[in-house]
Design a protein around this ligand. Structure first.
Ligand SMILES: [Zn+2]
Length: 277
């Protein structure tokens, strides 16, 4: 096994292995390069775990999970191994994989590592160029990268061609969100989706038309004068208690007006809150 890969970034690992195409993203071979052996066993109570000693580790992935989940778990555990090696043992469950995007902790670092390794920006950006920010687009890309819809949708928001957000809502309101760099820190999602959104209908058990729909921006965005703009919404039930919504700006006038307004009024911000509050 290789012993000199500790601390390498996903981009460095892919470069070392000469991997340039999504088809070549073989998680087991990548793990071996990093000194970790992947094995599959039925697990209960967690999706995956890692036990490391000195320069090698064994990653055990739940054999009963979907292939997409298994791949992400492999990347996630490998992230623990490469980023937090001194903490030799991790046991990770499904909840952590997406919720933990919002905290800076070992779970977030492991998720980030998995996404950078298995949905690398360098491959993802050209494939997502000019695609609408919809679940149909995410599905297409998820099939190419053999990844889950949620992990791919996060990537589409981060690296797609349009300003966008992915927002997770439950009956209690917004749980977390991810925003593209173009809107992050400028536009703020409401605490719970508006009454005329697909998300609210889905959370109330009503059926809605599928595919993206035009929505007044104030149904999703709490910035000043949001009711004067439009966004596109594409929402899907994720678990039986939560809905994922892709929100995106095909018409960027809200952002352009905001930039102009900020220029006129100096360092004005709609509110001073951080993204992940
Ligand atoms: Zn973990």
């Amino acid at each position: 096994m290789e012993t000199n890969s500790s601390g390498q970034t996903p981009a460095e690992i892919l470069s070392d292995l000469g991997i340039r195409e999504p088809d070549d993203l073989d998680i087991e071979a990548i793990a071996l390069h990093c000194g970790a052996l992947i094995q599959y066993k039925p697990l209960s109570g967690c999706e995956a775990r890692i036990m490391g000693l000195d320069d090698s580790a064994i990653i055990t992935i739940n054999a009963n999970s979907s292939p997409e989940r298994q791949r992400f778990s492999g990347g996630h555990e490998l992230g623990h191994w490469m980023r937090d090696r001194r903490t030799a043992t991790f046991q990770c469950n499904e909840q952590m994989f997406v919720r933990e995007w919002s905290e800076d902790n070992p779970e977030k670092r492991a998720n980030r590592f998995a996404a950078d390794l298995l949905l690398p920006a360098r491959m993802f950006r050209p494939l997502s160029k000019d695609l609408p920010i919809t679940f149909a687009s995410a599905e297409k890309l998820a099939a190419i990268f053999k990844m889950s819809l949620s992990a791919t949708a996060i990537r589409l928001v981060e690296y797609g061609s349009y300003p966008a957000m992915l927002i997770c809502s439950t009956p209690k309101g917004r749980q977390w969100y991810v925003a593209s760099s173009t809107v992050n820190g400028k536009l703020w999602p409401v605490d719970r989706p508006g009454q005329s959104t697909q998300a609210t209908a889905l959370l109330q058990g009503r059926t809605v038309g599928s595919g993206p729909q035009d929505r007044r921006a104030d149904q999703w965005i709490k910035n000043f004068r949001a009711d004067q703009y439009w966004v596109k919404e594409d929402s899907r039930l994720w678990t039986n208690q939560s809905v994922l919504s892709l929100i995106w700006w095909e018409d960027e006038s809200q952002l352009i007006d905001l930039d102009n307004f900020e220029e006129e009024s100096g360092s004005w911000r709609s509110d001073g809150r951080r993204n992940w509050d």
